[in-house]
Design a protein around this ligand. Structure first.
Ligand code: NDP
Length: 456
């Protein structure tokens, strides 16, 4: 490793994968210039041609699902079954937005004295800054709708996990995307990320990551009045009422928080249980947690891999010091590798930091509540509002509680958070704006209104 490179470490065994050169500020500026030129050519193509190029990109990704999945296993420690889903999701997101170039309709508004038309114009060059927890999928949530709307994209992967993003850049070229339209710029957040934020010709930033960094990015965008979408942290609630199917709620609670080793902004890392059902729920939860298969990410049966890095391991471990009482935990391999066993805590207070902070590891807090109003108040007692679940057999209660919780994505009797066809994003300090769904491509456009006079 040098000042301008980073050694990528396999999180499952701590071996060196390879070293990656960092992009410099000067190289970012050159990439912006190439992107400006490529975007003009791309936006000038017929919509049908842009659509077919994106479909070709999706087809090339489809042919590379296994290769991309294996790269994510190596670089991020994701279980192979999950990594295959992620690569397939990239293909599906591209396919979904490949329809957009021909369906971004603008409007015609009735006025006196002529015709009034609104156009959805591309922004130009967009910067997409992604974190290390889902390197492929979060990248695609940014670049697919941005490209569909006629923009060029500069993609900055997280320092630790650039391999799938770099490969997607190659696949874009192989699929026939114009040179310079989707460029991948590996490097440091405080160099590449900050330059994308400050560059006047980068017209929008899509950022996913921590709330602290998101605030810096937003402040940087303000300096240029630059558009910004933020997908930030979470401390989502899994609310279990006593009338729920407790067996099902307990069986599904582990995957709602331990998937991706808890490194998931949607992780339901607070399980809120109606007081009368707490003991029964914990009896059911314990075997479910203990049977989570934690092990080599390349094994087909593995459900949870290691944490991404030594730094993330240290952060998660700091929440569970030796003197912290643990209710129960699952198993994990011994080192080498950044292994952390699924861990269940019973904090004595709602203000315990394990019940408030985004730990971003396989650690969940179980907290009791008294009634429906208390459940809503406790779920909302957080700076975040990204995701969450409600378990009840009472449909009316499901409706009332889902309307009462301040969160962007909720599911009743389900763990569901993300579908490419539905909007995703957070309330409060979980973010700003929405990704995915039918409106995401339009979020990468400016509205232009033109009046055409009918005067002779
Ligand atoms: P960051 O939010 O710092 O990183 C996310 C992305 O932003 C990375 O690509 C990073 O680059 C980049 N970045 C960092 N600093 C800047 C900057 N000043 N300007 C522009 N871009 C920047 O997350 P961390 O990796 O530091 O993770 C810390 C904690 O954040 C985690 O433990 C977790 O709690 C939370 N987190 C939440 C995520 C979510 O999806 N909600 C995702 C990731 C983290 P680089 O990799 O070079 O630092």
């Amino acid at each position: 490793m040098t000042a301008t490179s980073i050694d990528l470490i396999n999180p499952a065994d701590e071996t060196l994968i390879r070293s990656i050169e960092h992009t410099s500020v000067e190289e970012v500026d050159e990439a912006v210039a190439r992107a400006v030129a490529a975007q003009k050519r791309w936006a000038a193509l017929a919509p049908a041609e842009r659509a077919s190029t994106l479909r070709a990109f999706a087809a090339v990704v489809d042919g590379a699902v296994e290769e991309l999945a294996r790269l994510e296993v190596l670089n991020s420690g994701h279980p192979i079954s999950q990594a295959r889903w992620e690569a397939g999701h990239v293909r599906d997101v591209l396919t979904y937005y490949s329809a957009a170039p021909e369906r971004m309709l603008g409007s015609q508004i009735p006025v006196a004295g002529g015709i009034d038309v609104t156009f959805l114009e591309p922004l130009g060059v967009v910067g997409v800054i992604v974190p290390w927890n889902f390197p492929m999928t979060i990248a695609a949530w940014g670049f697919a709708p941005a490209l569909a709307a006629g923009n060029a994209v500069l993609l900055k992967p997280a320092e630790w996990t650039p391999l799938t993003a770099l490969r997607l850049g190659d696949l874009a070229l192989a699929a026939g995307l114009p040179e310079g339209l989707l460029q991948v710029l590996p490097g440091r957040g405080d160099v590449v990320g900050e330059r994308l934020v400050s560059h006047p010709l980068v017209r929008k930033i899509v950022f996913t990551g921590s709330t602290a960094t998101g605030k810096r990015v937003m402040a940087g965008c303000a300096a240029n009045v630059k558009a910004v979408t933020l997908e930030l942290g979470g401390k989502s609630a899994n609310v279990v009422f006593a009338d729920a199917d407790l067996e099902k709620a307990a069986a599904m609670a582990p995957s709602a928080v331990f998937e991706n080793a808890g490194q998931d902004c949607c992780a339901r890392s607070r399980i809120l249980v109606e007081r009368s059902a707490v003991n029964r729920f914990l009896e059911l939860l314990e075997p479910a947690v203990k049977k989570v298969m934690v092990g080599a990410p390349g094994d087909e049966a593995t459900e949870m891999g290691p944490l991404v890095s030594a730094a993330q391991f240290a952060k998660v471990a700091s929440y569970v010091p030796d003197d912290r009482q643990v209710a129960f935990r699952g198993s994990a391999p011994d080192g080498p590798g950044f292994w952390f066993a699924p861990t269940v805590l019973l904090p004595g207070s709602r203000d315990d930091r394990v019940a408030r902070d985004e730990i971003f590891g396989p650690v969940v807090s179980v907290l009791p509540f008294d009634d429906e109003a208390d459940a809503i108040a406790l779920a909302n007692d957080s700076d975040y509002g990204l995701s969450g679940s409600i378990w009840t057999r009472d449909l009316g209660r499901g409706i009332r509680v889902s309307r009462g919780i301040e969160s962007g994505n909720l599911s009743v009797n389900s763990n569901s958070s993300v579908r490419y066809s539905t909007p995703f994003g957070g309330f409060k300090q979980s973010g700003l704006g929405r990704e995915l769904g039918p409106d995401a491509a339009a979020a990468f456009t400016e509205i232009k209104n033109v009046f055409l006079s009918d005067a002779p």
